[in-house]
Design a protein around this ligand. Sequence first.
Ligand SMILES: Cc1ncc(COP(=O)(O)O)c(C=O)c1O
Length: 477
Amino acid sequence: MEGESRRSPQSPPEGNGRRVSRRRFVKGVAALGAPLFLGKFAGGQGTIVSANQKRLAALGGPRAVPRGLQKGWPLITEEDKAAVMKVLERGVLWGTDAPETAALEKEWAEFIGTKHCIATNGGTAALHMGVAAAGIEPGDEVITCAYSWFASASCIIHHNGIPVFVDIQPRTFNIDPAKIEEKITPKSRAIIPVHLFGLPADMDEISAIAKKHNLIVIEDACQSHGAMYKGKRAGNLADMGTFSLNGTKNLPGGEGGLFNTNSDLYADRAEALRMFGEIEHIPHFRGRGFSEFGWNYRTQEFTAAFTRARIKRLDAENAVRQENAAYLTKHLGEIRGVIPAYVPSDRTHVYHMYRIRLDPAALGLSIDPRTFRARVQKALNAEGVPIGGWKGSPIPSHNLFKLKAGYGKGCPWSCPHAGKEIVYREEDYPETLRMLDDSFCMTSALYPPNGVELMEHYVNAFEKVFADMDQLMKVSA
Ligand SMILES: Cc1ncc(COP(=O)(O)O)c(C=O)c1O
C-alpha cells in the first residue's frame, strides 16, 4: 500500500526521538517559553505547536513522528514457532483430515459459531467455493460491492457468473443496501456483501432483500475476522462466510482461507470444489465419483498450525486495534476538516484498515478534494504517518470489466445463457469515486504491539498539518 511500510524503519529517531504523550508534548513546549501558535483551523482542544516545530516536514521542518516507532505485522511469538515446529516433527504436511487442518476447521467453526468450516488455500478460493456452493451457473448474475479487493468480484467469474456492482454507502464504505434492488434481474442468484476494512455490512437489510428475491448471500469477511454484528460474528450472518488468512490480515496464516456455513449442502458442495470435484466421500453426492468440476484448493499443515496459534489471540489483538482506533476517532474528530472512521452502534469494527475522509469545505477552502487529499497525504507521510490510498479505483473500472477480457471471446459475458448486456462504467459508482478522492487509510499502524502512545504521535502530526492551511497549500500535490 502507498505510504505504508510493513516493516518498521531501523534508523534512529530524529530530533530528540523520545516518546512523549500529547499532554507532555504540549506542556514541555510551553515550559521552554517558546512562542506558542494556536492553530487557526484545529478545533476541539486546540493545537499548540512551538515556532520551530510548526514547520511542516514536507517543507523542511522536523518530523512529528519519530522514526522507528511503528512495529511491523505480524508479530511472531514463540508459541507460533512451536506450533509450526510441531508440524515438522510430526511429519504430516497435508491432508483434508490431517491433524492441524481438522483442528483448525473445528476451532474456527466454534469461534465463528457455524456448524461447518472448511480450510482452504486462500480467501479467493473460499469465495469461489461459496459461489459454486450457491449453484451459480454460466450467465447467472451475482451482486457485489463496487469497492473492495478484486477477488470479491473475480470469484464470480471463476465460476462463469457475471458480476453486477452496487455503489458504497458513504459512511460505512460497504455496499449500500438501498441501491441493491435496482440491480436485481431475473438472472440474479446471489449477493456477496463485503465487510470492508473490518466493519460488517448492513446485513439485516441485505438479508431482507435476499429473502424477498430468493438470493443466496455469501459474506466476504476476508478483512473482518472477529467483527460482530448484533451479537453474532461476521462469517455467520448469512448462508456462507469466507475469510482470508493472507499475512496482512488480522488473522494471518501466511496464505490461506476459511469457508464457514451452517448448511450441510453448501459445505458438501464447497468441499467438492476444494477437492478436484472428487465427491465420492461427500455425503450429498456419495457414489458419483468425479462427476463435479473442481479445483485443488486444499491448504497445508504449516498454515493450519500457525493460524490455530493465532486464533487464541485474535480477540485480544482486535481489542488493541479498537483501542487505537478509538483514540484516533476521538482526537481526529476534533480537527476541523477531518472525518474519522464511523461505526454504527449495532456492530463492532476490527480495523483491518482505518479510513479517514477529508472535508476541505469545512475549512472554508474551495479546492478540488483530490488535490487537497494529495497534499495532506504528502504532508502526513513526511511527518511520519503511514497513510495511503489502498485500491484507487472502483472494481468495475478495471480493464477486465470494461473490456470484458475474462476468458477471451467475451466469455462469460457473451455466454448464450447471459441476460441483457451489462456495461461497466466507473461513473456509475459516484460514492466510491467521491470516497477515493477525499480519503485515505492507515493499516498495520493500528495493529499490536503498536499502542496509544504511537497514536498520540499520529494525532500530533494531523494537528500540525491542519494547524496552518497556508503552509499546507505550499506542499505540492
Ligand atoms: C475483501 C477481500 N476479499 C477477498 C480477498 C482474497 O483473499 P486471498 O488474498 O486470501 O485470496 C481479500 C484479500 O486480500 C480481501 O481483502
